[in-house]
Design a protein around this ligand. Structure first.
Ligand SMILES: NC(=[NH2+])NCCC[C@H](N)C(=O)O
Length: 685
């Protein structure tokens, strides 16, 4: 490439470049061909990461499609569907209804029905709250159905007649003041004010109570972030909802295991440990300073994809890890520690306690469960994969991959077995996004096929929830389009909440410690309440502006209301003991006279029924609605009813102790709701 005297000429240079261009042209032509043929070559793929990823997904989907086609072919012709009614089981066994008014009324009316019509078949009692106070407090609507049923025993009586007979047979006890028959046969129930007053009084002396429910063991699987990956808003929802469900079950006396099914096992850990060995060769003696595990993950993934020898080593590491090789386990632990510290900081900020029991915990149990499935003869081998096809499911479970590794399916077969047989749980709850419903339903079906449980004896439940959306109604992301880091999200919440508090001049009223407590309680409380106050099944829009609005249905509104109520007794210089002594003369029964007092008493009384309802549906928005209504009913009451009368100089002239008792019982009930919702209370804000 040089002339005879050894000099490199311009002509030489041009020739070199031409050669280079020719080579490049050929390469591009080849790559284009490979693309057109649908089998792009490796080098090209490395320049097109998104394409490469879609290709991988595409291959997986193709495989899934094959499997589905095969299972469709293998399906027996559709049998005539005989609709089997879902067994109706009462998982929540109420031993003593306590203050559940609906339950008490149901009992009273059942007895009355049996007395009035001893020959009639048993007919379920229907009791509801009335929609309009004109019709009393509660309604019993069974006369209409009962009238029809009576024809079968040759009694022909119109619903109003039936209603009248039931009313005549009711034992009113201390609960019912008055009954009236209305319209086509409704029975309206008016409660005794003294019954309500006694309940309010008992809150002051004995605390907010719950109906007595048979103690059960529940395992709640929630939060479950993945090691070396960012804990995202989906995990935040699971954390908030799961924690609140645990609190609810604990409130009624259940034995609750709070389990964090962390993603800490699988192929990617071989890759991470191999990368750790290269970047921090002396990791066995010195803790490597990995601050940013996300980038560490990305680096190792890049090498895994690009470097064949690295990939092979990564696989070796996985095998060693699964055989608990000491050095490899040490590296794996180091990596887990970094993520764990991050997760724990978030749990601490949110007052969440949880026991880590990640996928790795189940390694031996996965081996065992696969052996069990094998022995039971329920596994089919397809292209090297071992699959199980549970009854009535559209997809199979992959319990062993073609490379011999286990999958998410395998670990969940191990979790369900462990929870049923080792934890001996009666109730298994998986608080996981709704997108995983098919996976979980397939796991549950497999467990039923294997005889692990029947729905009659155990409640195994997916507590699904929708996505978190940004204010643009799209997937929640940062302005730059990245996934939102939870730490930063919480920081922003605290910052915004402090700004709001300062805007309202709270920093002038509160000391530094109080302000610090307030800004955190408000920020975290608002994030939780915004999530919980929406029906979890739906997607929900995350908006700091909305959740921190102190005039809306938000935690901050409720916290202000709560603190204002608490300040009444405090400013009057009255302790709970003083108050109870004042009320002792009337046996602790709060006298309710003004209509607004009665309304507030009734709303307080509804706590027990709300609790029973939420226990059944596990929809916490019902509890949020309850506490919000309680605060608005209270505000009405406070507008109508003077609690403390002061003279012109601001000196207390008189205190209405009955009303003060109502205030305190309201605050106690609100506090119980906050406790279940995981919201810190503030005595001052
Ligand atoms: N037992 C379970 N599958 N629990 C939920 C695990 C959630 C999983 N780690 C994820 O991030 O999606």
């Amino acid at each position: 490439m040089s002339n005879s005297d050894g000099h490199f000429t311009a002509e030489d240079a041009a020739r070199v470049r031409l050669n280079e261009y020719n080579e490049l042209y050929e390469k591009l032509a080849h790559q284009l061909q490979s693309l057109q043929a649908g089998t792009p070559d490796e080098e090209l793929l490395d320049h097109l990461p998104a394409f490469k990823a879609s290709l991988a997904t595409n291959n997986k989907l193709k495989y899934r499609l094959e499997v589905l086609k095969k299972s469709v072919d293998a399906m027996p012709p559709p049998a005539k569907k005989t609709k089997k009614a879902a067994p109706k089981i009462n998982y929540v066994t109420v031993e003593d209804y306590g203050d559940s008014i609906v339950s008490r009324l149901r009992e009273i009316f059942a007895k009355a029905q049996a007395t009035a019509y001893p020959t009639a078949p048993v007919f379920p009692v229907v009791v509801t709250e009335t929609s309009n106070p004109k019709f009393g407090d509660y309604q019993c609507n069974s006369a209409l159905g009962l009238s029809k049923l009576l024809k079968t025993v040759n009694i022909n009586e119109a619903p109003p007649v039936v209603a009248k007979k039931i009313v005549a047979a009711v034992e009113k006890g201390d609960l019912i003041k008055e009954l009236e028959v209305a319209g086509p046969g409704f029975i309206n129930v008016h409660l005794q004010h003294d019954f309500i007053g006694a309940h309010v009084g008992s809150i002051l002396t004995a605390g907010v109570s719950s109906p007595k429910i048979t103690k059960r063991k529940a395992v709640v699987d929630f939060s479950a972030p993945n090691i070396a990956k960012e804990m995202h808003v989906g995990h935040l929802r699971s954390t908030i909802i799961g924690d609140s469900i645990c609190r609810l079950l604990e409130f009624v006396g259940f034995d609750v295991a709070r389990i964090n099914h962390v993603g800490d096992w699988g192929t990617q850990f071989g890759m991470l440990v191999a990368h750790l060995q290269d970047t921090f060769p002396n990791y066995l003696v010195e803790t490597p300073p990995i601050a940013d595990l996300q980038s560490f993950y990305k680096e190792s993934k890049q090498r895994f994809d690009a470097d064949k020898t690295f990939k092979a080593r990564a696989y070796e590491c996985v095998v060693k890890l699964q055989n608990f090789d000491e050095d490899i386990v040490k590296g794996w632990k180091l990596i887990c520690d970094v993520s764990r510290a991050d997760f724990n900081r978030i749990y601490q900020r949110l007052d969440v306690t949880i026991i880590e029991r990640g996928e790795s915990f189940y390694q031996q149990r996965m081996i065992d469960v696969v052996a069990e499935l094998d022995a039971a003869g329920v596994l089919k081998t397809e292209e090297g994969r071992r699959l199980m096809f549970p009854t009535d499911c559209t997809i199979p479970l992959t319990v062993v991959k073609s490379d011999g590794g286990f999958t998410y399916d395998t670990s969940d077969m191990a979790t369900i077995k462990h929870r049923i047989f080792e934890e001996k749980a009666d109730w298994l709850l998986y608080v996981v996004d709704a997108g995983q419903s098919l996976h979980l339903e397939t796991i549950y079906a497999a467990a039923r096929d294997l005889g692990y449980y029947t729905p009659e004896e155990k409640r195994v439940q997916h507590i699904g929830f929708g996505l978190v959306l940004g204010e643009d109604k799209k997937k929640f992301r940062t302005r730059a389009g990245d996934t939102v880091r939870l730490t930063e999200l919480l920081d922003e919440g605290v910052k915004r909440s402090e700004e709001k508090l300062r805007e309202k001049g709270r920093h002038e009223v509160l000391n530094e410690a109080e302000l610090a407590a307030a800004k955190e309680a408000v920020a975290y409380g608002c994030i939780k309440y915004a999530d919980l106050s929406h029906n979890r099944i739906n997607d929900y829009v995350f908006s700091f502006d909305r959740m921190l609005d102190d005039r809306g249905n938000t935690a901050v509104y409720l916290l202000y209301c709560y603190a204002r109520i608490r300040s009444i007794a405090r400013n009057a210089g009255l302790t709970r003991k003083d108050l109870n002594e004042k009320l002792a003369a009337q046996n602790g029964v709060i006298q309710l006279k003004h209509e607004a007092e009665v309304r507030l008493g009734k709303q307080i009384l509804k706590f027990a029924d709300t609790l029973l309802l939420v226990l059944d549906t596990l929809l916490l928005n019902t509890l949020c609605e309850y506490v919000y209504t309680l605060s608005t009913v209270y505000t009405d009451f406070y507008g109508f009813c003077q609690v403390i009368t002061k003279d012109k100089e601001g000196k207390i002239e008189s205190i209405d102790y009955n009303r003060l008792a109502l205030c305190e019982a309201t605050a106690d009930t609100m506090a119980a709701c906050f406790k279940i919702l995981g919201i810190r209370t503030l005595e001052k804000i």
